[in-house]
Design a protein around this ligand. Structure first.
Ligand SMILES: Nc1ncnc2c1ncn2[C@@H]1O[C@H](COP(=O)(O)OP(=O)(O)O)[C@@H](O)[C@H]1O
Ligand SMILES: [Mg+2]
Length: 489
C-alpha cells in the first residue's frame, strides 16, 4: 500500500503528467472561452437580426396606419388584416395605443380599450419619433415601440416637431433563438469533450515523446556508472538543444571524473612503488648478510647503516604522504591565525641553516617591510621550507639561496631564488606532480621524495595564493609565492 502511494506521488511529480495536465487545461480553457464567446455573440446577432426585420415591417405598417387615419377610426379592414398578419408571421402581439394611452387595437384581443401606462410607451410619446427596442433575455421576448408620427407633409399644421398621435407596441417571442441556443450549447459541449479527449491523447503522445530522450539519458548514465570500460564515455542525446547541452556537460564531467580516477590510480601505484623501494633495498641488504657465513663486523656495520638510511627514507616518504593527504582536505581544515611573516621566515631559515652550511650554501633573507597576515602557520611553513630546501638541495657547491619578503595592500610575496642546477624546460610543467623528480637518482641520493612541491602548491592554493617558477638550466631557479594578507574563506 505504501509502495503504491509513493508510485502515485512520483507520477504526479513527473514531467509526463505535467504535460498531459497542461494539454487538458489548455483544451478546457480555450474550449470554454470559445463556447461562451461564440454562443453569446450568436444570441446578440440573432436578436438584432430579428429586431431589424420586425422593425422594418412594423414601420411600413405604421406609416400606413397614420395615412389611413387608423388611430382615429379603427374600421379599416385592410389595416386590421395587416396587423393580424404581422402578429401571425412573427408569432407576436401587436397593439396600437392612442395619445390617451388607450389600447385601440390588440391582436390578442386581451386588453382592448384598456389604458396602458408603461415606461416604454411614455418614453415613446416623448422621444421625438424614435423607435425603442428592448430585449428581455430572461423571459425570451423582444418588445418594440414604434411611434405613429404625423409629419408636415401629412397635415397643413405648421408644427416643427413631428407629432406623435399613437404608439404601435410589438412584442415578439424569441423562443426559437433560445431553442437554437440550447441546441448549439449541447453541440458545443460535445465538441469540447471531444477536443479535450483529443488533447489528452495528444498530451500523452507529446509527453512520451518528450521524456524519451531523458529516459535514454538515464539509461546511458546507468551504463556509464556500471563501468568505465564498457562505453566510450560519451553521451549524445541530441533530440533537443537542451538535452544536447546536458549531454555535453555530462561528458565534460565524465572526462574529469575519469581523469581524477586515472590520477588516483597512478598515485596509488606510485605510492606503493615508492614505499616498496626502501623495503626492497633493506631486504637485499639483510639477505646478503644472512647469506654469508663469516661476515666481518665492518661490513655488518656498513650494511646496518644502509638499512638505517632506508628506514629513514621510508619514514620521510610516509611523513610527506601524510602532509599531502592533510593538504588535500578541504580549506575548512585550515587553522587561520594572524602571523608575523618576517618572524616565520626567520624561524624557517634558522632551522635550515645547518643543512645549508653542510652543503656550503649561503642563505640570505631580505625583508622589505614588516608583514602580518592571516594564514595557517604550520602549512605555510611547510610550503616555504620545501622551496628553500629544494634551493639548497639542487644547488652547486658554494652556491646561494636568496629569500625575500615584500607586500602591497592586498598580498605578500615570498621569492626564493637559487644559484642551482635549474630545471629543464620540458620538466617545468611536471614539477608539481606527485612523485615527479627531474633526475630520480640524484633526487633519491639527496633524499627527495618528489612530494615536496605538490605539498607546497596545495598549501598555497588552500590560502588562495599563487606560485610561479622561472628557471634556467645551470644558472638557477626562482619561485615566487603570492598569498592574500587577509584570508578569503
Ligand atoms: N630549486 C630547484 N632547482 C632545481 N630543480 C628543482 C628545484 N626545485 C625542484 N626541482 C626539481 O623538481 C623536482 C620536484 O621537487 P619536489 O617536489 O620538491 O621533490 P623532491 O623531493 O625531489 O625535492 C625535484 O626532484 C627537482 O628535480
Ligand atoms: Mg623537495
Amino acid at each position: 500500500m505504501k509502495m503504491k502511494k509513493g508510485k502515485i506521488r512520483e507520477f504526479l511529480k513527473s514531467l509526463k503528467f505535467q504535460l498531459i495536465l497542461l494539454c487538458i487545461f489548455v483544451g478546457a480553457v480555450s474550449g470554454l472561452v470559445l463556447r461562451v464567446g461564440i454562443l453569446s455573440s450568436y444570441e446578440k446577432r440573432a436578436v438584432s437580426m430579428k429586431s431589424i426585420d420586425i422593425l422594418s415591417q412594423a414601420k411600413i405598417l405604421a406609416n400606413q396606419i397614420v395615412d389611413a387615419g387608423y388611430v382615429q377610426d379603427t374600421s379599416s379592414e385592410t389595416i386590421t388584416a395587416q396587423l393580424e398578419q404581422l402578429s401571425q408571421i412573427y408569432d407576436g402581439r401587436v397593439m396600437i395605443i392612442d395619445a390617451s394611452f388607450r389600447i385601440i387595437r390588440d391582436t390578442y384581443d386581451l386588453d382592448s380599450d384598456k389604458i396602458i401606462i408603461s415606461e416604454e410607451v411614455i418614453k415613446s410619446f416623448d422621444g421625438n419619433g424614435k423607435e425603442i427596442s428592448n430585449y428581455d433575455s430572461k423571459n425570451h421576448y423582444i418588445e418594440m415601440t414604434i411611434p405613429l408620427v404625423v409629419t408636415k407633409e401629412d397635415t397643413e399644421t405648421e408644427t416643427e416637431q413631428p407629432w406623435v398621435i399613437g404608439i404601435m407596441l410589438v412584442s415578439v417571442s424569441t423562443d426559437e433563438i433560445e431553442t437554437n441556443l440550447e441546441y448549439l450549447r449541447s453541440r458545443a459541449l460535445i465538441l469540447q469533450i471531444v477536443v479535450i479527449l483529443l488533447l489528452f491523447a495528444a498530451g500523452v503522445w507529446v509527453s512520451v515523446r518528450m521524456t524519451r530522450p531523458l529516459k535514454r539519458m538515464a539509461k546511458s548514465l546507468d551504463e556509464l556508472r556500471n563501468g568505465y570500460g564498457e562505453t566510450d564515455g560519451t553521451l549524445m542525446i541530441d533530440d533537443y538543444t537542451e538535452t544536447l547541452e546536458v549531454s555535453e556537460k555530462l561528458n565534460k564531467l565524465y572526462a574529469r571524473m575519469k581523469m581524477l580516477d586515472d590520477s588516483r590510480q597512478e598515485f596509488v601505484s606510485n605510492v606503493s612503488h615508492e614505499l616498496k623501494t626502501p623495503l626492497t633495498s633493506m631486504k637485499v641488504l639483510a639477505d646478503s648478510l644472512n647469506g654469508q657465513d663469516d661476515v666481518p663486523v665492518e661490513l655488518y656495520r656498513e650494511f646496518m647503516q644502509d638499512i638505517g638510511n632506508e628506514i629513514e627514507r621510508e619514514t620521510k616518504i610516509i611523513n610527506d604522504l601524510l602532509s599531502l593527504v592533510k593538504m588535500d582536505k578541504s580549506a575548512s581544515d585550515l587553522n587561520i591565525t594572524s602571523v608575523n611573516i618576517n618572524e616565520m621566515l626567520g624561524q624557517i631559515l634558522k632551522r635550515l641553516r645547518p643543512i645549508a652550511e653542510r652543503a656550503h650554501i649561503e642563505l640570505v633573507l631580505e625583508s622589505f617591510r614588516p608583514v602580518t597576515a592571516e594564514i595557517d602557520e604550520v602549512k605555510l611553513t611547510l610550503a616555504i621550507t620545501n622551496l628553500i630546501e629544494n634551493g639548497i638541495k639542487y644547488n652547486k657547491r658554494d652556491g646561494w639561496v636568496h629569500i625575500s619578503l615584500n607586500a602591497d595592500h592586498q598580498y605578500f610575496y615570498v621569492k626564493v631564488e637559487d644559484s642551482g642546477i635549474g630545471i629543464p624546460k620540458d620538466a617545468i610543467e611536471h614539477i608539481y606532480e606527485r612523485f615527479y623528480r627531474v633526475d630520480k637518482s640524484h633526487s633519491r641520493e639527496i633524499g627527495g621524495t618528489g612530494l615536496g612541491l605538490a605539498i607546497t602548491r596545495n598549501a598555497i592554493l588552500m590560502h588562495r595564493g599563487a606560485i610561479k617558477v622561472f628557471s634556467t638550466e645551470d644558472e638557477g631557479t626562482v619561485f615566487t609565492v603570492r598569498i592574500p594578507l587577509n584570508y578569503i574563506a
